[in-house]
Design a protein around this ligand. Structure first.
Ligand code: GLN
Length: 541
């Protein structure tokens, strides 16, 4: 077997939202199941340096990696499918590429040459692609090119793919994802958009090796042959990608279509040593499709119009549901719609309540009313990041009697049970900056619910926030029954709070949802769903 890293490029045509991320992750999963090491990279053609500054309504959730990179939500899919952490190197934007090139230009690295899209921008793109291969950790680097072929923004990326394909020869391959629409009036599947999209790629000098065709109906042998003939690919390399009921079904559908074998064959690799990855995957899928019960959990947040804003949370509920052999039905509730008067009505029938992360003032009071309702009515509660901060404010107001308690993030007057990182621990956390980003260690208190859930005393979780629990109030909180059961060992920052006299009430400063995968469902979500099932049953009696 050749030891060179193989590069697979995934482009998209006809329309956006065809699911390049899921197809890339599915192929990666199948290669992993054959014993190969794989990583997936996303190239995003927008000019933001990273999605950290983007409003969730723009591109959905901002996914955070262990090394503190703020990235595209597709990286979440890569981790959930492969169970291997990604890093900053797995997500590159046009903004980041240009920033590097402009910095080099300012340093004089280009020795007086005119700096141009070709070759300087394309060289930088190629470097970023090859960087992952050069780590020596992966036999495959799958690079997903964001956007649709033909977009002005995507041009330098497609040109980089053309050059790399030419340079790498047998070590590179292009998969093009297209749409085969169904015209109900004539009852026909249409191949013309695929033909046009491939023609466009050819104009840029790129011949795709494999076509993955999204379709609502099966592609006949005849139709596959037609696509193959018009697009210069082998009939076996025309892969049908039927709409699936769950993204977790896609690897299995791709396995049936032999996408992995076609790839290995084209790259002249053996079919590998089949391991248990897909067996475990199929067991998960079976449980997902055959839940033994259902539980309704409310997700209270302010970006619920776009469900992708809470992608990792929704997926964590799927994983945790399967672990409990239970279907979690999420009820999406807008935090701005909740008032102290209507809260009981809005949250009626829910067996658990999650208060979501977020930034800024909007919807805060609705979150606080929600938490009060969950606390006073013994409804299992999980607060994530801002959700925990709101739990702290609610407790300060309604239990400690600090009527104007607030976070300094909200420009409120004193007292402040939630304060900025700098105020909280003036440089006790050595990593610097005003935002805690990425993985931090957390110690769990003995005989706490957190300890019971995680079954260990030290954990690592990912953070993305500027505000912290104000330790000046800690003694008062603990005396009244809200305990700090997770602490950052470096700076004694409070990472977890929980209530002593409540069946299941946990607030976490970090984001557990980023670390839940199919193979490793997150213990906090598994525990939360279990509590919702059990407490729900008791309440129902
Ligand atoms: N806005 C809050 C902070 O910066 C919470 C952030 C979040 O929920 N991710 O601390």
């Amino acid at each position: 077997m050749s030891s060179n890293t193989k590069y697979i490029f995934v482009t998209g045509g006809v329309t956006s939202s065809l699911g390049k991320g899921i197809i890339s992750a599915s192929l990666a999963k199948l290669l992993q199941a054959r014993g190969y090491t794989v990583t997936i990279q996303k190239l995003d053609p927008y000019i933001n340096v990273d999605p950290g500054t983007l409003n969730p309504y723009e591109h959905g959730e901002c996914y955070v990696t262990d090394d503190g990179a703020e990235t595209d939500l597709d990286l979440g899919h890569y981790e959930r499918f492969l169970n291997v952490p990604t890093t900053q190197g797995n997500n590159v934007t046009t903004g980041r590429i240009y920033k590097t090139v402009i910095e080099k230009e300012r340093r004089g690295d280009y020795l007086g040459k005119t700096v141009q899209v070709i070759p300087h921008i394309t060289d930088e793109i190629k470097n970023r692609i090859k960087l992952l291969g050069k780590t020596g950790n992966y036999q495959f680097v799958i690079t997903e090119i964001g956007g649709t072929v033909g977009d002005i923004e995507s041009l330098p990326y497609i040109e980089s793919v053309r050059q790399l394909k030419w340079e790498l020869g047998k070590d590179a391959l292009v998969i093009h994802l297209t749409l085969v629409p169904y015209l109900s009036a004539s009852g026909e599947l249409k191949t013309k958009p695929t033909q046009h999209s491939v023609k466009l790629l050819l104009e840029y000098g790129v011949q795709p090796d494999i076509l993955v065709c999204r379709t609502e109906h099966p592609l006949s042998r005849e139709l596959k042959n037609k696509v193959a003939l018009f697009c210069n690919v082998e009939p076996s390399a025309v892969i049908e990608a039927r709409d699936a009921s769950s993204i977790y079904e896609v690897p299995v559908l791709m396995e049936l279509e032999k996408l992995d074998l076609v790839v290995l064959n084209k790259l002249q690799l053996t079919s590998g040593n089949y391991n248990s990855e897909m067996t475990e995957w199929k067991e998960f899928l079976h449980k997902l499709k055959h839940p033994k019960q259902e539980v309704k959990i409310g997700l209270v947040g302010k970006y619920i119009e776009l469900k992708d804003s809470y992608k990792s949370i929704a997926e964590s509920f799927i994983h945790a549901g399967v672990a409990n052999e239970c279907k979690v039905q999420i009820e999406w509730i807008h935090s701005e719609s909740i008032t102290p008067e209507n809260v009981a009505d809005k949250l009626k029938g829910l067996k658990g309540i999650l208060v979501a992360p977020g930034f800024g003032n909007r919807g805060i009071e609705g979150k606080i009313s929600t938490i009060r309702h969950a606390r006073e009515n013994n409804i299992p509660f999980l607060g994530i990041c801002l959700g925990m901060q709101c739990a702290v404010i609610e407790f300060a107001r309604n239990v400690l009697g600090l009527a104007d308690a607030h976070s300094t993030e909200m420009d409120a007057d004193t007292p402040y049970p939630v304060i900025s990182l700098q105020e909280a621990q003036k440089s006790v956390i050595n990593k610097g900056g005003t935002m805690r980003l990425g993985a931090y260690t957390c110690r769990l208190a003995d005989s706490s619910k957190a300890r019971e859930v995680y079954k260990k005393d030290t954990i690592t979780e990912r953070h993305r926030h500027r505000y912290e629990f104000n330790n000046e109030y800690l003694a008062d909180f603990e005396q009244a029954g809200m305990m700090a059961t997770g602490l950052n060992p470096e700076g004694a920052l409070v990472e977890i709070v929980e209530l002593t006299n409540h069946p299941w009430f946990i607030g976490v400063q970090f984001h557990p949802e980023y670390k839940s995968t199919v193979i490793n469902p997150h213990p906090l979500f598994v525990g939360f769903v279990k509590a919702a099932i059990e407490v729900g049953v008791v309440v129902a009696k």
